[in-house]
Design a protein around this ligand. Structure first.
Ligand code: SAH
Ligand code: SF4
Ligand code: F3S
Length: 483
């Protein structure tokens, strides 16, 4: 547990106004409320947090879990059996929303059978007023709804729901606040996500994130360093620095600093072995950053650099603010500075107005760059974004056809790229027991590739050298070499 402040707060005292003290007060208060509920139920009550979407949401969920554990709830991995179910939602594409509605219907039926059950919803979907309206109208059984900007207030909102017995809804339009030093419970003991910034100012024309995550704000570098130092003291050796556009880190600080400068500071932290970050926006990827990556001992040999489209014409309509040539030039520079770097990307197919020629430009970039892997998405119309109002939405069958052709190309290249390490020995950080075979462990190479090898759980969190015996498409089977 990080920042485990033992707060013997006397809940009779005045409610603190400043944060995070206020939330520690409400954690104490919710703990009392929970005790009463447990007495009534005659058993301990449990929670289950389900996360949709990106790594930011995953990190937010760790904060929710940290708070819930301090309140005294126990974790229940199976949603159907939990007394408090929380959905931390994503709305980046329409299918993410549909999944939430589908599962909510099911939860409603389970709740009818468990009188102690509560359901809470938070995350990006909740920042859309139409969603909250729909939930209020058709999903009356939900107990608590809050958004992305006030997630730090979770303890206070939960206590309010427990004490009032009514549905509690609290959504903020935006915030410039960053609350530090709240509890959080990591999923892995040896690695952790670390937010370095929140929000996004880029307004890519297809994307809803700036509307649901608010304006870009960077955390104070001292707070970032302090958090990483604490994590390292607690056994973490790999961090993933998180932001929608990490390359513009620091621009809004009182004392501006660049992302490259922040990386230099983080590199100095003793005991930290690996640094990862995401996501990098090509328009802000600086020569300074490329230089730091080239010199660093700790920054992993992996760069996720979403291209979205290979057509300069479409990139302009997407408001990405780079051209195909600029992107390819960046790739050339980064490969020169870090020759064995793994490059991955995100690609959208079927953006409004995309022609076969535009699509061919995307395929051309894919062939030229030779991505180690690529996440491919079918364009999804998001209400309120400029692209949703654009003419020439591409017909579904055309998009599907392009998507399939792109996927085939991307996969063929990935398999080829993955296999080049066959026969070599690589250092991996051992992460988990293999899902399919108990006698195997799974480790991650610096370049983000996974290797499965015989081993036991005592290896978790350790760095071991593994020989990459056999490439199986997108991963390796190997064995530990002594050393
Ligand atoms: N901040 C990151 C991306 C965050 S969203 C960046 O700029 O790269 C993750 C990915 O979802 C995006 O890179 C994009 O490829 C995809 N995406 C975002 N909005 C989308 C939409 N409306 N339809 C389809 N894919 C979308
Ligand atoms: Fe969305 Fe663009 Fe911001 Fe990424 S940079 S979150 S794609 S608006
Ligand atoms: Fe989804 Fe929100 Fe992340 S919309 S992709 S969870 S920032």
């Amino acid at each position: 547990m990080e920042n485990n402040r033992q707060n013997a707060a006397d809940i009779e005292r005045e409610i603190p106004v400043s944060e995070p003290e206020r939330q520690y007060y409400f954690i104490e208060r919710a703990r009392n409320d929970l005790k009463k509920m447990e007495e009534a139920a005659g058993r301990q009550l449990s929670f289950c947090v389900t996360t949709f979407g990106c790594q930011m949401n995953a990190r937010d969920s760790e904060k929710l879990v940290g708070i819930l554990e301090q309140i005294g709830y126990i974790e229940e991995p199976e949603e159907e059996k939990a007394d408090l179910v929380i959905y931390n939602t994503c709305t980046v594409r329409e299918n993410a929303n549909q999944r939430v509605y589908g599962r909510l219907g099911q939860l409603g039926r389970i709740k009818k059978k468990n009188p102690h059950m509560m359901i809470a919803l938070c995350g990006c979907m909740m920042q859309e007023p139409e969603v909250v309206e729909k939930l209020k109208k058709s999903y009356r059984f939900i107990d608590l709804i809050f958004g992305t900007h006030n997630i730090y207030k979770f303890a206070e909102l939960l206590a309010t729901r427990m004490e009032s017995g009514h549905m509690v809804i609290d959504i903020w339009k935006d915030t410039d606040k960053i609350v530090e030093d709240l509890p959080s419970e990591r999923k892995y003991s040896f690695k952790s996500g670390v937010n370095i910034m929140f929000g996004c100012n880029n307004f890519c024309s297809y994307c809803i994130v700036p509307y649901v995550r608010g304006r870009e704000r960077s955390r104070d570098p001292r707070a970032v360093i302090r958090e990483i130092e604490r994590l390292v003291a607690d056994g973490v050796t790999e961090v993933m620095l998180l932001g929608q556009n990490v390359n513009s880190y620091g621009k809004t600080l009182d004392k501006p600093m660049t992302f490259a400068q922040l990386l230099r500071e983080i590199e100095k932290i003793e005991g930290l072995e690996r640094i990862r970050f995401m996501t990098s926006h090509p328009k802000d990827l600086s020569d300074e950053l490329i230089e730091v990556m080239g010199q660093s001992e700790k920054i992993c040999k992996h760069l996720h650099l979403p291209v979205q489209s290979g057509s300069t014409r479409i990139l302009e309509k997407m408001n990405r603010r780079y051209t195909k040539e600029h992107y390819l030039e960046l790739v050339r520079k980064i490969r020169k500075a870090v020759p064995d770097i793994s490059l991955t990307t995100d690609i959208i197919v079927g953006f409004p107005g995309e022609t076969e020629e535009d699509f061919q430009e995307t395929l051309d970039v894919v062939r030229q760059v030779q991505y180690d892997s690529a996440f491919t998405f079918i364009y999804s119309k998001r209400t309120g974004t400029p692209a949703a109002a654009m003419a020439d939405q591409v017909p579904e069958d055309v998009v599907k056809n392009r998507f399939n052709r792109l996927l085939a190309e991307v996969q063929e290249i990935s398999v080829k790229k993955c296999s080049v390490y066959e026969g070599s020995v690589q250092t991996v950080l051992v992460e988990t027991k293999n899902e399919h075979d108990d006698s195997f462990m799974t480790g991650r190479m610096s370049n983000n590739l996974l290797v499965h090898f015989p081993g036991d759980e005592s290896l978790t969190g350790k760095y071991v050298d593994v020989s990459l015996d056999e490439c199986r498409g997108f991963y390796y089977i190997g064995k530990i070499v002594k050393g």
